[in-house]
Write a protein that binds this ligand. Structure first.
Ligand SMILES: NC(=O)c1ccc[n+]([C@@H]2O[C@H](COP(=O)([O-])OP(=O)(O)OC[C@H]3O[C@@H](n4cnc5c(N)ncnc54)[C@H](O)[C@@H]3O)[C@@H](O)[C@H]2O)c1
Length: 348
């Protein structure tokens, strides 16, 4: 068990420690676990469930928490306040419903579920139980995204005409994440679909996606894509282009721009070291962050604090509905790119 005294949030007033169960102790699960140990949100990890004995053993040792391969047993038997769902995407819907029905607050990594019907089931379960359901759209908590959103809210950009989101990964994910036509859109572009909705504060009405497996033989074999462009048309008329690629030789590349009638605002790729070296052969910038754990480290900590604030009565800043809408867009993008036609988006 984590020492509660060590779990006081470094970035918020001291408040009682809440006990959580972690379902899934892989890459992102351990990112959240480390943030909990650092005190973000004043949580303590009481139990960990993961069917993989290696992941379970590693998490149990480093977190000193109860361990089980059986997530349902952990949710049923542990008297925790909240459940963090960081398991494989296919397990999310069932785990949200079970955790909510047992009265636990739920933080669920994206995607909330793999079908819109399952998103609705998860949202209904949380509503019925009166528990918080927050989805892991961490980029909403990134300083760059918040600054852009603030510009939109002040109205200084005037009527929004165009948006652009560039999101390129340094390398493809593990093989199991690139074996289906949904892979790129549901696992990765979903962050960008959520970001477009978040920045504009409205829903798209139509999208067109063009995608292909241009360099990754595994993606080609599995019917997945490694490269995609999606154009979203919003209700107000604003057109947003989202560009995704699973290869970027310079490292993770995350840039955004909003172009309005009265001005434009853009965010450049974040480089941990902001040095530019000028020499006789020209200028060299320091490399960007390699991938999401480094680039978005602050946002993962901030979303945990936000989850805790929501449990304490504050607003949920990335809701189940946000998870549903982003998943619906991702699935519409799969359909559009497969059929080669634009897809209407059902606004609800
Ligand atoms: N928000 C983000 O930036 C972000 C980043 C990475 C991953 N994710 C999401 O988080 C989830 C996990 O991704 P990852 O990269 O950590 O994957 P991973 O493969 O590294 O880890 C997943 C872990 O979950 C375990 N697991 C599988 N089924 C389970 C179940 N039913 N119950 C409990 N544990 C189970 C696996 O054994 C594994 O240890 C995915 O849904 C992914 O889309 C989000």
């Amino acid at each position: 068990m984590i020492d509660p005294m060590a779990a006081a949030a470094p970035d918020s007033p001291r408040r009682p420690t809440l006990r959580v169960a972690l379902l899934g102790a892989g890459g992102i699960g351990m990112v959240h676990a480390q943030n909990i140990v650092r005190g973000h949100g004043s949580f303590a990890i009481d139990a960990v469930a993961d069917p993989d004995p290696i992941a379970l053993d590693r998490a149990g040792t480093s977190l000193r928490a109860e361990c089980s391969p059986d997530w349902a047993d952990v949710v049923a038997s542990r008297s925790v306040d909240a459940v963090l769902i960081c398991s494989a995407s296919a397990a999310h819907a069932e785990q949200v419903v079970t955790a909510a029905e047992s009265g636990k607050h739920v933080f669920c990594e994206k995607p909330l579920a793999l079908t819109v019907a399952d998103c609705d089931r998860a949202i209904d379960a949380a509503d019925r139980a009166g528990v918080v359901l927050q989805v892991g759209f961490n980029r909403r908590f990134d300083a760059n995204a918040k600054a852009l959103k603030e510009e939109v809210l002040t109205g200084r950009l005037g009527q929004l005409l165009l948006g652009r989101i560039t999101s390129r990964d340094p390398e493809p994910p593990p093989p199991e994440h690139r074996r289906s036509p949904e892979g790129l859109f549901v696992e990765s572009s979903i962050h960008d679909f959520d970001m477009a909705r978040f920045l504009l504060g409205e829903e798209p009405v139509e999208l067109a996606s063009y995608a292909g497996a241009l360099f990754d033989p595994l993606a080609l074999e599995g019917g997945d894509n490694d490269t995609a462009v999606t154009v979203l048309r919003f209700g107000s008329g604003t057109i947003v282009t989202i560009e995704n690629c699973r290869r970027s030789a310079s490292g993770y590349d995350q840039r955004m721009e909003l172009h309005g009638a009265d001005g434009s605002a853009r965010t450049e790729n974040v480089r941990p070291v902001a040095m530019i070296l000028d020499g006789p052969a020209g200028s060299t910038a320091s490399p960007g962050a390699w991938f999401y754990p480094e680039r978005y480290a602050d946002s993962y900590a901030a979303e945990l604090v936000s989850f805790r604030n929501a449990i304490d009565g504050g607003p949920v800043e990335a809701t189940g509905h946000d998870g549903r809408q982003a998943l619906a867009l991702a699935l519409a993008a799969v359909e559009s790119s497969t059929k080669g036609t634009p897809a209407r988006f059902d606004v609800r």
